[in-house]
Every structure is written in structure tokens, then in C-alpha cells.
Design a binder for this molecule. Structure first.
Ligand code: MN
Length: 706
């Protein structure tokens, strides 16, 4: 069985050079070794599968790299072979192809919705990038479908449904007509086996009656064309059971009412001969009005070209007729593959891509004559040169986002509230930061927190208009409101220093100040203070009509401090350099345009700027803060198996969330784990630290500046 398959493959490879064939034989040996001892569900040796897939690829006359990748397509999934190993043995292009195929294998189709099926197809095409990956995937699927009898009934149905909804349409879109029909036929046979068998039986019975008619038609058509001096090959074939079934369903017909179970094909040498042959055939049998279609002048979206007509044959039997050139016939059989033909040397992939691009361009030029050129362009762009990524939500729904979209874009695409509260994400179960770019096939889960809110820095990396607009909107609304409240507290504090309170200030004083400063309202002045655009001390003096700053004021201790609850939102920020938590001694800095930034007392960046006394304010913690605060910990451990898990579970046992973790691995003994934890206050942190110190492998813990 294996020997016969090898002989077959060798024969099919005759279009390649001996050097290429040698490399393919090496790939075969390698794959054979890797799959050694593995069997298929049918019981045969596993290597028969990659051999058959390579045979299909060679049948489409793809290049040597594609044939080698077909032979190796399952080794990474099923055996211990790595990408590096394949790259070293067979070159990077082959390794890339195999790697992409393994990634496609890991994607699972879940949804039954048609719209989701469409997105799934796009996702696969986007992930494939290189058309050859998709072609090998399709060949893989074809062979699996051909040998589907061996697997369990449930799996058979699942694979058949996936093939019908996903892979057959992709084959159609890539213009692989006969592959498309075979995939449909095989899927139908497994999905609706009873209906398939019934029609097959009826077809067999009808065959006897109609065969004479078919022979007669073939002869008369050939005779007429020869008489008209047209060089043509005429063939007739039974239609696929699936297309008969579809006709029965769509037109509400019984089997005996479906008369055109035979299709005829006339292949001639050039385009004028197509139209000439059409005229001759319309002279032989009467055409059915409205059935003529000119796919030569207006090709199908996938590049398919042919003339289609239906004639009324002997005994009133309808005859479907396709007329096309040899080249059109070849393209209909191999579609996009026909433009990806074998090249004699290991040419740059770019050159091959350019050729494919040119081919698509030429199709476009033809397509301009028909109405749906824009739609066609859309398809080609998305499918082969994608500028979108397709990602899964945790529930298996697929979202389409522009290339370069980040976690934040995804969060806003799911829901505005998710966007406004997002703080990190898990992609394929791994924690990633918000700015992480998404790749097709990613499964994205957003981590939100009640106190989280949008950050202006997000605007520098979001890609979607929705995310941008929502972030801006949030800033505007909340920043003004929160800044006003903070401004009021800061101004109150400044007034107290001067022996007054806010309620002491008369209305007229406010009105005068608004006029003098060309602000629009009292609220605007307060918001300006909160945002650090105006200094509270100066506004306070103006309100009290103290035109000359009292030189003693700078020396005076400011009365009272601003109490920080942690729930102020955007107007109060916690410095990312020192991550203060409740219990830490803190100090506030008014940053222009951003409001109050809270640092720890010993933060180096706060002591550096401390000369600027106008901008520093005393702040203190509200004893009852009720949110969680981020804190960075660096934990140095002995680098042993399972240590990270021990550390993580100790943290969790101390009632603490891990918001982020990354690991620096030293060359030798130690590894440093960087955690971002969420704690309520210093006591909470102390509890975590105690738990960590109890782990024998933990060598050193430090609270991190970033
Ligand atoms: Mn396979």
C-alpha cells in the first residue's frame, strides 16, 4: 500500500527537477521516521496520509516546497519534531509552511451561525497568509474526507459539517472547482447518508434508461462540431448527487422530475471558438430561453470562465452544456493553484506572490465590466492580502478587527463598559498587557476591575474609531466632573491656610474673579485647579482680594491635608514609579493638565522635584479606602520546577489577585518573577510577604519601582 503510493507520487512529480525530487524523497524519509509506529484510524500506517496529501499537491503541480510541507504537515502536531529541526533540515520556507499548518489545526470551529462560518473562513485565510498553506490544508481535508469511513459517527458528522460550511466554500472562493464539488459531495454523503443513498440508488436505476440517450447526444455534438471544422473535445458526465439534491430542494422537484442528470463539456482551443461552438450547438438543439450565461466576458468572482447553456435534447431531455478553452478548463480544475505553479529554482517567495498578485489584478480588470467590482475587490483583499485580524471571544464568537488592533480595541468592540473597565487580558490563557496587538486566531479574555478607567495613553495605540471615541468621551465627561471636585478641595485647603473657608467667600467675589480671568464659570475655575492649570493658593488670594502676595505665606505650613479615598477617578492618579498603597506615607504633586499625582514619600522622583513648593500638597489616606491598589513585587527564587506555581498559590492563599506576571530567567541558578499584585493596604501586603518568605525556594523579595 505504501510502496504503491510512493510509486504514484514519483510519477506525479515528473514536472520537477531531479534535485527537487531528491529533496522531496528526503522529506518523505524524515516524515516516515517521525510517524514510525503511528497508525491511522483505518489501521494502516500513518505515513499513507501525508503521502496522499503530497500526491494531491503534486497533482496541482505546486512547487517542491509545498510538496515537502505536505509530507511533513502532521509531524509537529503528532510527534516530537520542532520547527527548528525542520528549518535546519529543509529550510525556513518549508518550516514556515508546516508551522502555519499546525497552527490552523489548533483552531476549532464552534458556531453554527452562517455569519460566524463566514468569519471563520476569513480567519483561516488570514492566518494562512501564504496561499500554499491553504492549498495544503484543503488537500489534507480532501484526503481525510475520502477516508472518513474509519472514524466514529459523531466525529464523521462534525468533520463533514465543518467541511461543508468552511472548507468547501474556501475551495470555491479560490476557484478550485472540482475540489469544491468533491468536498461537497463527500460531506453530503456523511451528513445525510440516507438521502445520499436514496438518490444514488435512483440514479443507478435511471442510468440504464438514459445511457443510450447520452451516447447519442455525445455523438451528434461531436459530429456537428467536426462538420463546422471546430477542433473540440466533448465529454459527458453524471452530475454530482449533491447538485441533484440541491436542485430537488430548491425547485421542489422529485427525483424523476430532475431530468438533467448529465452535464456535457466542450473544450476548444481559443475564445472565438467558444462562441462559434455555441452557435453551432444552438443550431443543433433548441436552447432553453434565459438559461445562457456568459462567464467568459464576465468571469465569476473566483476567476472561473466558461459559457453555460441549456439545450432541449432528444425526448425533451434538458442538456446542460459548458463550453470553454483548455486554459479555462485548467483554471477551473486548479484555481488559484494554477498561478502558483512549480518554478525551476528556489525563487524568492516575493516573486511568486507578485505573480499571484498580478493574476488577481488581471481578474480585477476583467471584473470592472460587471457591476460588483467593489465587492469582488473586497473579497480578494480580505482573503489573500488581509488587513483584518479575526479573534475569538471567550464564548467562541469571532470578531473582526483592523490589523494592529490591541486588547483595548477588542474590549471596546465587545462592550463600552468592558472597554472602560479593562486592565489586562488573557490571550490563549497567557496574561498580556493592554497594548498587546492581536493576531488572527487569538482567544481573548478581558480582565476588568471596578475601579479601572480609561487612560489617555491608550489613545496612542488604539486602532478602531469606536475605542478612540469612547476613550475621549470618557475623559471629557469624568475628568471635568472629578477635577471640579478635587479643585474645590484644593481651594478649600488654600483658603484655610489664609484663615477662611469656601463658604465665607461672597458671591460677588466669585463673579469678579470669573470676569477677571475670562473663565466661563466658577466650575471652570475649580476644574482648572483640579487639573493643575491654576494654582489654588493664587486663586484663594484673588478671591480674598489680597492683591499683594503676603511674603510670609510661602513659609507658613499649609493647614490640613487633602484626604485620598482612592475612588477619585481620573483627577487623582497614583504614580507608576512608586505605586503607593494605603499605609504608605504619601505626598501629592499637582501636574499641569492631569491633576493630582500621588507618590510615596521616599519615591526618588518626588524628592527630585520637591523644590517646586507651589505644586506639592500634603495628602493623607482615608483610613477606610475600599478599593485595591496595584503594587509591584520582584521575587527572586531558586529556579526549580514548579516554583512559580508555589509562589502564585501562596499569593492567592493570602487573598490577593495577581494582575500581571513576567519571569526573567537567569542563565544559572535563580529566576526573578515580577508580579503586579492588587492589595488593599500595607497590612494586606505584609500578609502576602509573610506567606512568600515561608517558601524555602524564595531567596529575596523587593517591592518594586518599575
Ligand atoms: Mn493531516
Amino acid at each position: 500500500m505504501v510502496a504503491a503510493a510512493i510509486t504514484d507520487l514519483r510519477q506525479t512529480l515528473a514536472y520537477l527537477t531531479p534535485a527537487d525530487i531528491n529533496r522531496i524523497e528526503e522529506a518523505y524519509q524524515f516524515s516516515d521516521n517521525a510517524h514510525e509506529g503511528q497508525t491511522r484510524k483505518s489501521g494502516g500506517p500513518y505515513i499513507t496520509h501525508p503521502l496522499a496529501v503530497a500526491g494531491i499537491i503534486a497533482g496541482w503541480q505546486l512547487d517542491a516546497q509545498a510538496v515537502m510541507a505536505a509530507l511533513l504537515h502532521d509531524v509537529m502536531e503528532d510527534t516530537a519534531v520542532t520547527k527548528e529541526e525542520i528549518s535546519a533540515r529543509f529550510g525556513k520556507p518549508v518550516a514556515d509552511l508546516v508551522d502555519s499548518l499546525s497552527k490552523l489545526d489548533r483552531i476549532e470551529f464552534q458556531s453554527r451561525q452562517e455569519a460566524q462560518a463566514e468569519n471563520f473562513r476569513k480567519m483561516l485565510l488570514a492566518m494562512a497568509r501564504d496561499v500554499r498553506v491553504m492549498l495544503i490544508k484543503l488537500a489534507d481535508r480532501l484526503h481525510n474526507m475520502r477516508t472518513l469511513d474509519a472514524v466514529s459517527p459523531e466525529q464523521r458528522r462534525r468533520v463533514a459539517r465543518e467541511t461543508m460550511e468552511i472548507y468547501a466554500p474556501i475551495a470555491n472562493r479560490l476557484g478550485l472547482d472540482s475540489l469544491y464539488r468533491e468536498l461537497q459531495e463527500l460531506s453530503f454523503a456523511h451528513l445525510y447518508s440516507l438521502r445520499y443513498r436514496t438518490i444514488a440508488k435512483a440514479l443507478k436505476a435511471a442510468r440504464g434508461n438514459r445511457r443510450v440517450g447520452v451516447k447519442k447526444i455525445l455523438d451528434s455534438v461531436q459530429e456537428r462540431l467536426t462538420a463546422a471544422a471546430i477542433d473540440a473535445t466533448v465529454s459527458g458526465r453524471e452530475k454530482h448527487i449533491y447538485s441533484i439534491y440541491k436542485k430537488m430542494v430548491e425547485k421542489h422537484l422529485s427525483f424523476s422530475q430532475v431530468l438533467d442528470i448529465y452535464g456535457f463539456r466542450v473544450v476548444v482551443k481559443d475564445v472565438p471558438a467558444c462562441y462559434y461552438a455555441l452557435g453551432v450547438l444552438h443550431g443543433l438543439y433548441k436552447p432553453v430561453p434565459g438559461k445562457f450565461k456568459d462567464y467568459i466576458a464576465i468571469p465569476k468572482v473566483n476567476g472561473y470562465q466558461s459559457l453555460h447553456t441549456t439545450l432541449i435534447g432528444p425526448f425533451g431531455m434538458p442538456i446542460e452544456m459548458q463550453i470553454r478553452t483548455q486554459e479555462m478548463n485548467h483554471i477551473a480544475e486548479t484555481g488559484v493553484a494554477s498561478h502558483w505553479l512549480y518554478k525551476s529554482s528556489d525563487a524568492e517567495l516575493n516573486e511568486v506572490q507578485k505573480r499571484t498578485h498580478r493574476w488577481l489584478q488581471s481578474l480585477l480588470d476583467v471584473q470592472h465590466h460587471s457591476g460588483d467590482a467593489a465587492e469582488f475587490l473586497e473579497h480578494i483583499k480580505i482573503d489573500l492580502f488581509p488587513d483584518e485580524v479575526y479573534v475569538f471571544t471567550p464564548k467562541g464568537k469571532i470578531l473582526a478587527l483592523p490589523r494592529g488592533a490591541t486588547v483595548v480595541d477588542f474590549a471596546y468592540a465587545v462592550h463600552t463598559d468592558i472597554g472602560n473597565r479593562c486592565m489586562a487580558a488573557r490571550i490563549n490563557l497567557e496574561l498580556v498587557p493592554l497594548r498587546n496587538e492581536l493576531k488572527s486566531g487569538d482567544r481573548v479574555e478581558i480582565i476588568t476591575a471596578p475601579h479601572a478607567h480609561p487612560n489617555p495613553a491608550w489613545l496612542t495605540y488604539v486602532k478602531t474609531a469606536k475605542a478612540r471615541a469612547q476613550i475621549r468621551h470618557f475623559m471629557k465627561v469624568t475628568q471635568t466632573g472629578e477635577a471640579t471636585k478635587l479643585g474645590e478641595r484644593l481651594l478649600g485647603q488654600a483658603l484655610r491656610t489664609l484663615g477662611m473657608t469656601l463658604t465665607d467667600v461672597q458671591k460677588e467675589r466669585w463673579e469678579k474673579l470669573v470676569r477677571d480671568t475670562s473663565a466661563h464659570s466658577r466650575g471652570e475655575i475649580l476644574a482648572d485647579i483640579g487639573l493643575g492649570k491654576r494654582l489654588a493658593a493664587i486663586v484663594a488670594r484673588k478671591l480674598l482680594l489680597l492683591s499683594d502676595p503676603d511674603p510670609s505665606i510661602g513659609e507658613k505650613k499649609i493647614a490640613g491635608s487633602i484626604v485620598i479615598h482612592g475612588s477619585e477617578g481620573m483627577a487623582v492618579q497614583f504614580a507608576r514609579c512608586c505605586h503607593p498603597i494605603p499605609g504608605d506615607p504619601i505626598i501629592g504633586f499637582i501636574k499641569k493638565g492631569q491633576g493630582l499625582v500621588v507618590h510615596t514619600h521616599d519615591c526618588p522622583s518626588s524628592s527630585r522635584a520637591r523644590g517646586d513648593t507651589d505644586k506639592w500638597v500634603d495628602v493623607e489616606w482615608d483610613p477606610d479606602t475600599d478599593r485595591l491598589f496595584d503594587v509591584n513585587l520582584h521575587v527572586v527564587v531558586l529556579d526549580q520546577r514548579g516554583v512559580l506555581a508555589k509562589v502564585a498559590s501562596a499569593i492567592a492563599d493570602a487573598g490577593c489577585n495577581i494582575a500581571n506576571v513576567s519571569v526573567d530567567e537567569d542563565r544559572n541558578l535563580y529566576a526573578t518573577n515580577h508580579f503586579t499584585l492588587q492589595v488593599a493596604n500595607r497590612q494586606h501586603l505584609a500578609k502576602v510577604l509573610r506567606a512568600l518568605r515561608r517558601i524555602p525556594e524564595v531567596v529575596r523579595i523587593s517591592r518594586g519601582k518599575e
